[in-house]
Design a protein around this ligand. Structure first.
Ligand code: GDP
Length: 301
């Protein structure tokens, strides 16, 4: 079994490639939930949704969020009625958020609600929220503290970041399901997801780092030079006092990472790293990168 640690774009592209080599039941994905929010009364879990839609064959792979061909009638009507729904939620996508909200209101944990929704969608991979506790990434801007989604979607990242805050009312722990998916994996792959908003929230859950120390871990960089392939990762790294590049990413993972992979075009030197074409512009390129990662052997093998 292969276990991925994932956000909602870079790692799902790699998971798409892994599916060309492995049956879905041999894939587990530990997913960031620090971007979750209740919106218009329903529960949006952006990274879990992307993975559920990927495995159920519904994902819009043009944007890496939402359901391909979805309509937006409810969203348009809500906006017309003056509701500040700043995320364009499709009608079918909203149905999933309503179903999840209902399960959570009934007292289901996020893990159990996700399992239930996956089973209703016929998904055979294990999609595992990193924790069942609430964790939220907030951004401090000169105008105040806002949810990460508000920073990235409503303001399109056009606000200075003074601080990245991880808010959680309780100290978050990895779930038992997550820890066994790491312990039972032949290897754990940290795909090229945003370090600050997608991977660090997972690493900050109690139990994750000790579990990774006992496992063969391969990580892929989301940076080429000082630019991410897409998204706001550079500004977020800078707000944490880090240079936005592969070397800083490797330093964040070094303690438990056995093999670090960076792009062949990346001018930044990382000691001992592997080089490969990591630009997953189509399924064939995702599959080639996944095959290379699966060929790596642990130093203790
Ligand atoms: P988010 O939840 O939507 O922020 O998605 P992730 O955190 O999973 O992924 C965002 C990161 O993926 C960005 O920092 C990008 O640089 C990286 N990324 C996206 N596509 C690729 C790709 O094809 N190759 C590499 N190496 N990185 C990618």
């Amino acid at each position: 079994m292969i276990t991925f640690l994932s956000g909602g774009t870079g790692t799902p592209k790699l998971v798409r490639g892994a599916r060309e080599h492995l049956p879905d039941e041999n894939i587990s994905v530990v997913v960031n939930t620090a971007e979750d929010l209740w919106i218009s009364g329903n529960h949006l879990s952006p990274d879990i949704d992307t993975l559920m839609y990927l495995f159920s064959g519904q994902l819009d792979t043009g944007t890496w969020w939402g359901i391909s061909g979805d309509s937006f009638l409810t969203h348009q009507e809500l906006v017309r009625l003056g509701v500040d729904e700043y995320i364009g939620i499709g009608d079918q996508d909203r149905a999933v958020h309503i179903a999840r909200g209902e399960l959570l209101r009934k007292g289901y944990s996020l893990t159990r609600a996700t399992k239930e929704l996956c089973s209703r969608m016929g998904i055979r991979a294990a999609i595992l929220p990193m924790t069942d506790e609430t964790v939220t990434t907030l951004i401090r801007t000169p105008d105040g503290v806002i949810h990460y989604q508000e920073y990235w979607v409503k303001h399109r990242g056009n606000l200075p970041i003074e601080e990245v805050i991880r808010y959680s009312p309780t100290r978050p722990s990895a779930t038992a399901e997550v820890l066994s998916a790491i312990h039972e994996a032949d290897r754990v792959v940290i795909g090229p997801s945003n370090p600050v908003t997608s991977i660090l929230p997972i690493l900050e859950c109690d139990g994750i780092i000790p579990a990774l120390m006992d496992t063969f871990v391969i990580a892929v960089s989301p940076f080429i030079g000082e630019s991410p392939v897409s998204g706001p990762a550079a500004e977020l790294m800078k707000a944490r006092g880090l240079t936005p590049d592969s070397r800083s990413t490797w330093l964040l993972y070094k303690e438990f990472c056995d093999i670090f992979v960076q792009d062949i075009r990346d001018p930044v030197a990382v000691p001992g790293s592997l080089r490969y074409d990591t630009l997953m512009t189509d399924t064939r390129k995702s599959a080639a990168l996944a095959a290379m990662l699966f060929d790596q052997r642990s130093r203790v093998d």
